[in-house]
Design a protein around this ligand. Structure first.
Ligand code: LAG
Ligand code: CA
Length: 492
């Protein structure tokens, strides 16, 4: 399950957090396909609890009510249409599956009209009843909630923030979950982000994944398995380790964004990135999905703050450029919406804010500006030139290694990817003014950070590589984008 199921030549996904299915379908055709993205991680597609206090927070989607495909993102028909249209332009859909638990306490109806009662553990839309949940015989924490992250049994059998914990050791539960995932596979999704994987036993996950069909041959070669990445938050200090899950499928690497934030905030000189990867205590590159931030830690949820986000755009763009230029891991670009941050005593009081919406609370579509960026409250980091051009860079240099490493002994670095691409990043407090070995063939290249290569001309800075492979780089430390990236696809 660790092989990304991208179409050939594509190596990065983007998380279109809280987007509508109709918008994603359009985005696949107009942007993600043409600009070389592999796929989209979508918000959970199954029916969830409708939370009105606060009013429709993003996190209501992490409280499943049933596996019907009806959410704020759209109907089942819209979902099917999106999957079909995206696959047709070689863009894959990766579904976020919430299978560890159902809702918290309370009762009501979900986004698809199904009834739920978290008090009596009744979910007729599946159906699940009290037999299907962990209880006192499995969870020994006293109040039924998770408190002690040093006790693996408690983390896996008790309730995460009071969410009703499914008894995944039961065949019936395994079957219902596998049926849901197989329904998505049959519709044409290419894989899954498995929510809260740390809160499920590796053996139970292995059993569920073992029931999964191969991908739909309407879009994929026969015999292809879904790509699975398990959300395991392992920062090193707890009983449960990512290594328990990597033999099953990939895991999300949360240490990555923390360490990268440290570097691009200038707290750890960039020169140390020379041996970035497993030497930094991180898993094998083939076992991980890497990202600068995700929908949780960008707002202080899910164990964390401290990561760079679109709010710190300068450092964020540098960090993302490094991530996409470096071969370590399978890359995911976060795509966010804006919200009015209100940090009081280190906590964002508005971290629950849902997506941009209309008066009736339906999700607002994104609008597109002349420079390809988004409006209507959508941040669309995946449409920032400094980011989408590095997605193309990554596609172009795939399979090469890091060569021609250079650093100034401090916070400015440069490296090539084989003889196909070269990047210089100046995170220092002085200009970079240097003649560097790029490893590239002689020619005039277009810097894809400062501009685009359009109709045979470069709208940004040109870089002249001589017959000896050397080129001169001047990067002001005051630049909004103190990065230059060139590759053989943009040779003038
Ligand atoms: C995840 N990964 O393991 C998701 O990435 C994360 O976004 C989910 O939590 C979590 N697991 C459960 O799927 C989010 C919010 C929580 C929220 C939860 C359920 O970070 O804050 O809890 O979704 O909606 C909310 C309230 C809690 C309350 C709970 C149950 O914040 O105070 O106890 O609902 O009513
Ligand atoms: Ca559990």
């Amino acid at each position: 399950f660790s092989n990304p199921t991208c179409a050939p030549g594509r190596y990065t996904i983007t998380h279109l957090f809280e987007w509508k299915w109709t918008d994603i379908a359009d985005e696949c055709e107009k942007f993600l396909g043409p600009y070389g993205y592999c796929g989209v991680q979508i918000s959970p597609p199954n029916e969830n609890r409708v939370v009105t206090s606060p009013n429709r927070p993003w996190w209501e989607r992490y409280q499943p009510v049933s596996y019907k495909l009806v959410t704020r993102s759209g109907t089942e028909a819209e979902f099917r249409n999106m999957v079909d249209r995206c696959n047709k332009v070689n863009v894959r859909i990766y579904a976020d599956v919430v299978i560890n638990h159902m809702t918290g306490g309370g009762s009501g109806s979900g986004t698809g009209g199904s009834h739920y009662d978290g008090g009596s553990l009744s979910y007729p839309g599946v159906p699940f009843s009290s037999w299907d949940f962990n209880a006192g015989s499995e969870c020994h924490s006293g109040d039924g909630d998770i408190h002690n992250y040093n006790d693996p049994n408690e983390v896996r059998n008790c309730r995460l923030v009071s969410l009703r914990d499914l008894k995944m050791s039961k065949d019936y539960v395994r079957d219902k979950v596998a049926d849901y995932m197989n329904n998505l596979i049959n519709i044409g999704v290419a894989g899954f982000r498995v929510d809260a994987a740390k809160h499920m036993w590796p053996g139970d996950l292995r059993a569920v994944f073992g029931k999964l069909h191969n991908l739909n041959t309407k879009y994929f070669n026969s015999g292809q398995k879904p790509f699975i990445f398990q959300e395991v938050i392992d920062m090193g200090g707890e009983a449960i380790k990512a290594a328990e899950y990597t033999p099953i499928a990939r895991v999300t690497n949360f240490i990555y964004g923390i360490k990268i934030a440290d570097v691009f905030r200038g707290n750890n000189p960039a020169k140390y990135l020379k041996n970035w990867g497993s030497a930094w205590g991180m898993p094998s590159p083939f076992d991980v999905v890497v990202f600068i931030d995700n929908h949780d830690n960008q707002r202080g949820h899910g164990g964390g703050g401290g990561v760079l986000t679109h709010f710190e755009h300068r450092a964020y763009k540098m960090a993302t450029a490094f991530m996409l230029a470096h071969p370590y891991g399978f890359t995911r670009v976060m795509s966010s919406y804006d919200w009015p941050r209100n940090i009081v005593n280190g906590e964002d009081k508005n971290n629950w804010y849902g997506p941009p919406h209309n008066g009736d609370m339906s999700i607002k579509g994104r609008s597109i500006k002349a420079d390809l960026s988004c409006g209507n409250g959508w941040t669309c980091e995946h449409r920032w030139r400094q980011i989408y051009n590095m997605v193309a860079f990554r596609n172009l240099v795939f399979g090469t290694t890091v060569n021609n490493w250079w650093d100034n002994g401090n916070k400015a670095i440069a490296f090539s990817r084989g003889n196909r691409g070269f990047i210089v990043i100046n995170d220092d407090t002085a200009d970079v003014n240097a003649n560097l070995q790029t490893g590239l063939p002689q020619g005039t290249y277009c810097d894809v950070i400062s501009g685009n290569y359009e109709n045979g001309a470069c709208t940004g800075n040109e870089v002249h590589v001589g017959g000896d492979g050397r080129a001169h780089f001047h990067i002001s430390h005051q630049s909004e984008d103190p990065v230059v990236a060139i590759h053989i696809g943009k040779l003038l």
